[in-house]
Structure formats: structure tokens, C-alpha cells
Design a protein around this ligand. Sequence first.
Ligand code: PRX
Length: 650
Amino acid sequence: MSSSDQIESLLKEGRVFEPNPDFAAQAHVKSAAEREELTRAAREDPEKFWAGIAGDLHWFEPWSEVLEWKVPFAKWFVGGKTNIAYNCIDRHCESWRRNKAAIIWEGEPGDSRVLTFADLQREVSKCANVLKGMGVEKGDRVGVYMPMIPELAITILACARIGATHSVVFGGFSSDALRDRMNDAEAKVVVTADGGFRRGGVVDLKVNVDKAIDECPTVESVLVVRRTDSKVAWKEGRDVWWHDRMAEADDVCPAEPLDAEHPLFILYTSGTTGKPKGVVHTTGGYMVHTYATSRWVFDLKDEDTYFCSADIGWVTGHSYLVYGILANGATSVMYEGAPNYPEPDRFWQIIDKYGVSIFYTAPTAIRSFIKWGSEWPRKYRLDRLRLLGTVGEPINPEAWMWYHREIGHERCPIVDTWWQTETGGILVTPFPGATPTKPGSATLPIPGLEMEVVDKDGNKVGANQGGFLVIRRPWPGMMRTIYKDPERFKQQYWSQVEGSYFTGDGARQDEDGYFWIMGRVDDVMNVSGHRLGTMEVESALVGHEAVAEAAVVGRPDEVTGQAIEAFVSLEGHHQASDELAEELRKHVAKEIGSFAKPAKIRFADALPKTRSGKIMRRLLRDIASGKETVGDTTTLEDLSVLAKLRDDEE
Ligand code: PRX
């Protein structure tokens, strides 16, 4: 494990923050003893434990078996029939919550919209009928490539309502990335918008869709929301306007009773090798997991106004802006644009304007806030905030302390939540009224989760020893497979340590059993809290005519956690230059999206490889980070390559 320096710096962190007694007194889980009791009950009989929670929700038909486990394939609530959109909407429409705000939306230009649960029921039902009218049937895949507007939440809930499997592609991805994902998912319909607002400009989503869909044979039609009023190209017979169809649509569409294992969504995530993986999540287990964790971790109450700053294009937006939050009948705030538009105070302005009580964001965002200065949040009333959360990467203690002081006013607990696209929901986290927190640690696994730090043979290591983070038993929200590739699922997640789920993260457990995540043990990069595989960026680079070979690595970055550095060797007749470096960076932005743009391009005559021809990114990582090479170099084919790269550095 190459993260030894990180372990040391974290070890210096000795501060412990006990839960605030006032918070604890009103919390769903009020003490460490109460959490331990839940954990004990879940350990003793996990199936009974999860079934108890599932019982809070609506099922059209009960399950016959809580868990069927044939390693590595799990089925939860076998035979049960439910609908997550029903549980997020209709269940509340039957209660006093009918006219409660479900979604409060703020557009980047300053427009806003509030949808009550009853509004959401009408809009989602209409959208479901529109999709049906376009030929979408249960089991079909619907691609979603949209800005952060209410129609995005409406679309995914409409898919869930009729049993269509949605596949959301983050609006920052390029047309090529969209094309590849739509083709892998074999989407029948794509829902998009004419454009989206971002930092005062317009993102031309429809232009990207037009380009992508020309090469997507399965896509029959495109549903387009008008948002920016941009001029768009129109393909008659394929493109339809959202507002035209919605105006005619019936606002009643009963939620379809779906098998608990019916696929709810596919979300693509990066690996080190091969194309992006279509992570498949199903209905019942995912619903129970996101419902339960939203309640435990965010302590949701009916009085709360909850704001998650993630985009629905990532898993955090799926689980903790839409599904888990609405399943609890809570009010979810959704913001369309950039945190620093028009000024670097937009989140604080939103928190003040809507009286947000719970705020969930990413460490990379917090580091930007620090850089922009404490004067921005100080201009606003943040006194309704009672709980703060983070996700996406380890939070450095300094950022934790700033968040605690400047946003939480030393009053709000902070929940540092560890999880992954694959895990569906939060797995390691404090419970805000129960768990003493240590800045930089996500603390303890949720009840029912058997998590360990092990060595390469799968043996548990001792306290404060680094190792691989694995999970020994299935949990309800776990991914079920990689779309169309169960073999890859088995091989990538369940065969590194036989019979256990391999997270790909390194970690250690301290003497109190707290987990400290040390980052990825593979080559996957984490930029701004999002995982990016090396393969996509490298193949974009190699796709440029000047490039012979490329290898990318993550190096530490103050704001984004990691920044991408690319090592590039050129085709014979091309010369290295600053202009070419800039061109290559732009090329990656065009091929994948600007969030994947390398921070730096280094030209090299050759890249370090093993005798079998595999690029040794770990060595490049050391160079990019300005570190000595500490690891084993005996498998390196040509040692001089490394020396040469280092010389170039000097
Ligand atoms: O390395 C861990 C890091 O983010 C990875 C998961 O990335 P992704 O699937 O994009 O999902 C991000 C949002 C759930 C993990 O393998 N990570 C996530 N949360 C934390 C974290 N690392 C440390 N602490 C966290 N709280």
C-alpha cells in the first residue's frame, strides 16, 4: 500500500467530538448504547433486522424470504412486490404530507419552484404516461442526460413508477461518453433538455445528444425539456418536446407492483481496465437501505429541510437527493448550478433562503469554500442548520474543522459517510446523536454490516494496521451485477478475497474500531469526490493523432483531492510543446468532459513497463507526487526509463 504517509498524518489526529446532548435528546438514535443495541440485533439476526425496517414501507405483496445468498449473487425480499416511486410519493399523498413540499428547486439564474408530494404525484404520473406513449415498457432502459432541474427527478421517478430502468449520465459527460453508455444500456428513449445553466453559461446538452444518438441504434426517441430556450436542431419523428407531451398526458398512472429484484437503475462507474461498468441496482433492497440510512444518518424529521449539493448524475444524487430522502417524506432542496455563481456564496444563500436544516456536500467543495474565504458564509443566517454531512473522499481534518466552525457554528454534528456507487447507500458513518466523531474518520459500519480490514490473504489485520477494506456478508443496497457482465462482477468484486466484497479501498481500524479510509489501492483516481478510471482518460489521449502512448495517474491536490497527471509519449514526427499539451487537455475535455481534463501533461520518450508490457502507474504516481520511488522496481523492464522521467522533472 503506497499511502503510508497518509496514515501517519491521520494518526496525529487525536480530537474526539462527543454528540451534542441537545441533538442526541431529539435524535432517532439517541446514544452509543442505542446504536450498539441495533448493531447487536442486526448481528444476531440480520434478516429479521432488515425485514423489520422494510415493514415501515409499502409492499403490494409480502416477500417469502428475506435473503437468498448464492455468493456473489444476492436477492433481497424474494417474492415481495413493491414500488419505490410509490413509497417516495403516493405513500405520503395518503397522509397529511400530501401538500408538504417534496422538492424545493432553485435554478441558477435565481428562479425557483416548489413541488409538493401531490404535485410530484401528478407530474411523475404524467411523465410515466408520456414515456409509455413513446413505447417504453417495463424492463426497457431509459437514458437520462439532463441539467439539475425538477424534470430530472420527475423522470427517474416516472421510470421507477412503470418499471423502466433508468440510466442517468451526468450532464458534464461528453457526447462520446453518452454514446458508449447508451449503447451498453441499449436505451430505447433518451430524456434531455435543450440546455442547462452552468456558471452563467449554457451547456448544450441537446447538441451532445444529437451527436451521440446518431450512433445509438437502439434509441428510438428523444424527449426534450425546454430549459434555456436555446436554438436546437430537431429530428422529426425522433425528437419530441416535453411540454407538448406533458400538456396532453393523463395525470393518473398507478404505480406498477414490481418484483423486489426488478432492476431500478444502471449507473456507470469507472474501473482501472476495460470500459465503464454498468452498476445495476434493484428495487426492494436499495429502497430499504437508502430509507434506513437516510433516517439514521441524517436524522430526518418532518420539520427538516434537507439540501444535498450533489448532482443526480452521480449515485449520491440518486440515493440521498431523491430516493432515500423522499422515501422518508422529507423535503429535498435541489440546486441547478455552480456553487460560485454569481458569487461564491450561493450555497449559503440557498441555506438562508429556504431555512435548510441538514446539508450534505463533498470535501472538495469544502476546500473550495475555504479558499474563497469565510466572509461568504458569514454574510448569511445559517442558524437553522442542525446537521452537516460529507461524502466522496476522506475529509482532511483541517477542512473538517473549518466546516464545524464556520458552517456548523460548533453546534452541528458532522457525519462523514463512506460508501460507493456499488454499495447503493451509506455503509460507514456516524449516527449524529450517538457516535463520537474524530475528524477524518467515517467511524463505524451501519448495523448489519460485517466489514473488516484484511491482508492480501484475507486475514484480518490488527488495530491500526493498514490493509484492504472488505465486506463479509451481503447488505440490502449492494449492487447486484455489472450490466450484461456477471463474470466481470464476480471477478472484480468477489474474487480478490474469496467470498468477500472487495471495496478497492485501503483502510485501517483504530483501537476504538473506527475506520480510517486511506484511499484506493488500485489505479482508480478520485477527482472532486468522483471516481475516474485511468482507462477512459488514457484512451481519449491515445485517440489523438500525436499520441503513441499515455498513462494517467492521480496526484494529491489541495482542492480536488486528486488531480490528473498524464504521461504521454508522442508519435515519431510530433514535437512536444506547450501548445500540444493544451490541445491534448482540450481533447480529453471533448472526449469525456472537462472534469476529466488532466491538470498537467508530461511528455516522455517512454513509459515504465513491466516485462509483460503493463504500464507501472504506481511508479508514475510517485513521480507525479514528487516522491521517492519506494516500491518494488524489479519487474520493470527498463530501469533507465524511470531515471529519465525523473531527470526531466529536474
Ligand atoms: O475511495 C472511496 C471514496 O470514494 C469511492 C467511491 O466513489 P464513487 O463510487 O464515485 O461514490 C462516491 C459517492 C458515494 C470510495 O471507494 N469515498 C467515498 N466516500 C468516502 C470516501 N473515502 C473516504 N471517506 C469517505 N467518506
